[in-house]
Design a protein around this ligand. Sequence first.
Ligand code: FES
Length: 145
Amino acid sequence: MYSEKVMDHFQNPRNVGEIQDASGTGTVGNAKCGDIMRIYLDIDDDQIIRDVKFKTFGCGAAVATSSMATELVKGKSVQEAMQVTNKAVMEALDGLPPVKVHCSLLAEEAIHAALWDYAQKNHIQIEGLKPPKSDISEGEEEEEY
Ligand code: FES
């Protein structure tokens, strides 16, 4: 059911932990399944993501997608990090079962929330970045579970 990459990132998640005095942190949850993810970003003066850590209280797919998402944004500029969508994360993991697609949204939204926090603190604008939602299941009524 899960690809080898998903299993690998679930069993050996990369970048687990937290960053003290992070440049930006973002926490999002999905009220439908109760899963929560927090992302910490360490961003330098050139707007490059030097380090990233995450904590996920959630299902295996949420852990695997957070792990892969952190790998994808590390070393990137904040603008490049905007391209790390849930689709990009799923592709990098060789796919997820359809019922687990929403789990990958948690990773994308948590990164966006952390970028938003960073942008607010530094009074900058990141193109395409929208204010974060704390519950990503809002407005998802049409999706079937
Ligand atoms: Fe909720 Fe996976 S079941 S994030």
